[in-house]
Write a protein of this length. Sequence first.
Length: 255
Amino acid sequence: MKLTFIGNGNMAKSLIEGLIHSYEIEVWGRNSTSLQALQAQLPQITTKILSTQEDISQKHIVLCVKPYSLSDLAPKLCGEAQTLYSVLAGTSLESIQAQISAKKYIRAMPNLGASHLKSMTTLTGDSTLQETAITLFDKIGRTLWLESENALDIATGLAGSGPAYLALIAEALADGAVHQGLKRAEANTLVIGLFEGFAPLIAQQSPAVIKDAVMSPAGTTASGYKALERGNVRNAMMEAIEDAYSKAKELKNKN
């Protein structure tokens, strides 16, 4: 199957890198320099500068532009696509349907792990396309079908934005070790190993079980954990999801 990507930013690039071995891919964009750079990195794809009118009839579109640019882009797309997969944060299916014609629509929220085939992607939309959409996005990691757009907006704040939150934690842990005297390269290596080992743990056990398994009475972990609670880290993480969800709803109202 041929996929037509509209947009070639960071998320599009991650998705393309994950899907390129399973699908024929063409990329449409507005910036010739960035398209040429993408073509040089991924010679298997084809690229095209968007013109004033582009026929999307019967195409399988993956829409990867910034939400605010949708109103400028939509008038340039004529015809009816076969399917349209949108990864626009906070942009409702109703809004997309009103602006771009397609037979079936899916909202998807992958994350940057897609380029390593480790995305956690949430999906919702036309239920008759559920199996096809899951098969497609399973190529780049895990998928979870959700029954409503509201659920997907909540999930966006967790799985979509999550890599940024985890990056903050990783950076802070390494900085803490450097502050205590460890070399930066050593601290970074330890953080990488920590994250690699944690993934299979969390897949098999609940966070509470993992915590209890590590935390011995009056030990080093208990002391560190107390510092995290003192810093209100748990509440800050919960508020991060809340604020991201609120922003997704705000964007949806604007779009």
